[in-house]
Design a protein around this ligand. Structure first.
Ligand code: SF4
Length: 160
């Protein structure tokens, strides 16, 4: 039996991104799929955003981090992204690890751009990813980009 792990859907070639495309990761597809049974999940689609959709981004506002539309800041999906991570708790309990899409305001686990004025900094964590990590501090989680590093990759495989 393969080990069940959660994956950001777009990494498996599902056309769920804001522009209707995907970010298929060949390494996941060609190699890690021999070991893992992937369970895809796209938090942005799960909260009801369409495909295609207005892109969202993290902004620093009133000393809080919010996830809002790039054109329309009244589109604030911060609470919905947190809520969907909580609603998925029983699903998360049945997986042994998670591979997240880097740089995403929803799925990125580190170095996500946060806008505050003109120059973004790279200190953010995706809203869904942060709630996932808070809810399951012991769940092995990696970003697809970091799996290119053989040490991090082996470490992740050992932990799940
Ligand atoms: Fe991929 Fe996550 Fe963005 Fe969905 S929310 S398209 S799974 S990075």
């Amino acid at each position: 039996n393969k080990i069940k792990i959660g994956v950001s859907s777009c990494l498996l070639g599902e056309n769920v991104r804001f522009d209707g495309g995907h970010k298929k990761n060949q390494y996941l597809f060609n190699t890690l799929s021999h070991y893992f049974d992937f369970h895809p999940f796209c938090p942005e689609v799960a909260i009801g955003l369409g495909i295609p959709r207005e892109p969202i981004r993290l902004v620093a506002k009133d000393e809080k981090i919010k996830c809002v539309g790039t054109k329309n800041e009244t589109l604030d999906v911060t609470d919905k992204l947190k809520a969907i991570a909580d609603e998925q708790v029983s699903w998360h309990t049945n997986i042994s690890g998670y591979i997240l899409k880097k740089d995403s305001p929803s799925c990125g686990m580190e170095r996500v751009k946060v806008y505050n004025g003109s120059m973004p900094d790279r200190k953010g964590i995706g809203i869904y990813a942060k709630k996932l990590m808070d809810n399951f501090p012991d769940l092995p989680i990696e970003e697809e980009g970091r799996l290119n590093d053989s040490v991090l990759r082996e470490n992740f495989i050992q932990r799940v």
